[in-house]
Design a protein around this ligand. Structure first.
Ligand SMILES: O=C(O)[C@H](O)[C@@H](O)[C@H](O)[C@H](O)COP(=O)(O)O
Length: 266
């Protein structure tokens, strides 16, 4: 049985006893948001990340989702991408293509991967330009507050250091408030060259889900969610606070093991 706990600032925590249970809940959640968004806007603009996330989304390729989801209405983006060729083993695009996109009937022209033949800086600029065009035509919704793109769903993983997308602790990318997409050439996690959505874009989404499995991330989960007082480190995952949108944490039980129990009695 999963435990669901909601909090107005730190979002909903869905704690799962097993990976299988988490996978099913994640597929249900994404399928429901897709249905709602297609009903409301006619399209579903979803941003993916790399890492274990794609494997955890695997149930979407199976029955019933492979038939019930309106795949033709999906527009795919990446919250972050490594600046490598699309066929490179490090490519988040390749990971998603092999693990998900090639297994369901997504329209190829709806898949917005980065330009992999230019520098990281140019790739970030080009990607932001593409997103601007799609905001103009409302394939991607727009935030009423700050003109930022308002993705229907941004899916994030989290590293043991608390990074999300390619927003790493103590890195200047965390302060980028003007650009929608920025770049880095010194990522502490290889490969060094990456592009990433900035925090204003992540926090403008209608829905943000952070999917975390494994015991090695339990401390970062605690620091990202719990009230850890004034000494609270500026952990990137803690800076994910959608302004209007809804935040959901999908947690494997071992990843939630250091969460304060107080919040479960709220
Ligand atoms: O480009 C990347 O490096 C990934 O997008 C990264 O941000 C990932 O989501 C986290 O590191 C969590 O990865 P795991 O879920 O595999 O631990």
């Amino acid at each position: 049985m999963a435990l669901f706990v909601a909090h107005k600032d730190t979002g909903e925590k869905r704690i799962h006893e097993s990976l299988d249970e988490l996978r099913t809940d994640l597929a249900d959640y994404i399928a429901q948001l897709s249905e709602m968004s297609v009903k409301e806007r006619g399209v579903f603009a979803i941003a993916l990340s790399g890492g274990s996330l794609i494997g955890l989304m695997g149930k979407l390729c199976e029955a019933p989702y492979n038939k019930t989801v309106d795949w033709a209405k999906w527009y795919i983006f990446w919250a972050d991408e490594r600046v490598v060729g699309k066929s490179h083993a490090d490519s988040n695009y390749k990971l998603a293509k092999d693990g998900l996109l090639s297994k369901v009937p997504i329209v190829p022209s709806h898949v917005h991967s980065i330009n992999d033949s230019v520098s990281a800086e140019q790739a970030a600029n080009d990607y932001e330009f593409v997103i601007r065009q799609l905001v103009r035509t409302r394939v991607i919704n727009v935030s009423e507050i700050n003109d930022c793109p308002k993705f229907d769903l941004i899916l994030l993983g989290m590293g043991p250091d608390g990074h999300v997308a390619s927003l790493f602790p103590n890195h200047p990318v965390l302060d980028e408030n003007n650009e929608w997409v920025t770049f880095l050439t010194d990522s502490p996690k290889p490969p060094p060259e990456r592009i990433t959505f900035t925090l204003p874009v992540i926090n403008s989404a209608s829905n943000v889900a952070v999917v975390v499995t494994g015991g090695s991330k339990s401390e970062a989960v605690h620091l990202a969610i719990d009230d850890v007082g004034p000494a609270c480190p500026s952990l990137p995952a803690r800076m994910v606070r959608p302004t209007k949108g809804k935040l959901v944490w999908f947690l494997e039980k071992v990843a939630s093991s250091k969460l304060d129990s107080a919040q479960f009695s709220e």
